[in-house]
Ligand binder design. Sequence first.
Ligand code: GLU
Length: 464
Amino acid sequence: MVVTRFAPSPTGYLHIGGLRTALFSYLWAKKNGGKFFLRIEDTDKARNSVEAAEAILRAFEWLGLEHDGEIIYQSRRDDIYAAYIKQLLDEGKAYRCYMSKEELDALRETQMANKERAKYDGRYRDFNGIPPEGRDSVIRIKSPLSGEIIVRDGVKGDVVFRAEDILDDFVIARSDGSPTYNFVVAVDDSLMGVTEVIRGDDHLSNTPKQIVVYEALGFALPKFNHVPMIHNSEGKKLSKRDGATDVMAYKDMGYTPEALLNFLVRLGWSHGDQEIFSMDEMIELFNPKDINRSASIYNTEKLDWLSSHYIKNMSNDKLAKLLEFYGLALTSHDKKEILLDALKDRAKTIKELANLIGEIVVAPENYDEATMTKAFKGEAVDVLKAFMIKINSSNELHLPSDYHHLMEEVVKEMEVGFGKIGQPLRVALLGKLSGPALDSVMAIIGKDETLQRISKALSAHSSI
Ligand code: GLU
């Protein structure tokens, strides 16, 4: 069975880089009918926060990414880690090191002066004398001193590390007994039965250390897949300014989960030149072997394009539900269908859609003189007046086509082009020269409001 996991450290919000590896892990588990677990790596008490862990869970909920089983919190597993550390000590695969901070600093300084890599020199590796009195000890794992550690990576191929370049007998438990990062990651991935690790390639250099832990404990290695980073358009690591913000900020900006997940799956993974993927398609088609080997580029226009695609194709019921987030109660509005049909292909985000709705349902407060002068040329005033008479004398005005019909009648009777009514009417109704179809706008705001807006515009125009 394929078992994957997402293992965020709750030091901040979930950002899109993390979410992307979570999505990849989720898809690969689902595709294989496997399990996708969530593990909160909250051992760093100084940097972790409960709020950050909760924010991560909220983001998962918003996106509909469900994890299997119970969430694992590393902070609750001290006993488990302690048992494995004891095992390694008992087997002579780990040992206590009594080096003081001063000794360690002195060693570092000498190494740096000699332009050597700073690393522990192994002085307690074979120590079996009497420990220096009153000294705390850390526990170090015996790592290979020479030879190669090969990370067989599903994305990058075999990555070869020379033990002497990257390893030393690194600390697996601090002097207060608390286990260190690489140790707990390896222990947990094994105990959780993780078969495939999919994570950012900023973790590639940790992997040899984790492999040392796996081997010391006699655990089977999972398959590693290290995903290249997301870059901005200048080829640099994505910063907050570029969009590496809290995933929930995308909700506030009005993106839908469908659009965001589709956007993320294409950042670093491809299936031919297909751009649009439903969740089912992602699950069916995703395979870590198709993850690109080079960094991917974050592109806001692409996100906007996907977002408008999903909005355009979304049912009005679902849109109405999403609009509630912006304080709009359209679910049982009698003009919901006309309104959303008229606007859904004009909005890049749900927030924009909410604004567009606002621009229709709220009458223009005042009219810009220049815009008005531009739109009210020639017979405009007479055409609008004639249109008002038509509206007044029609009782059955409900659908956009009812209004459209009246507009047609007016231009025909007055022998003018359609633009002669369109431009001034648009400004009268919306206060600007662009916007959705006018017949829909009138159907949405209704007969009385239409008349009021036109007469308000006419009097504003007469006082210019
Ligand atoms: N906790 C690590 C992080 O948030 C991820 C560890 C892993 O995926 O192995 O970067």
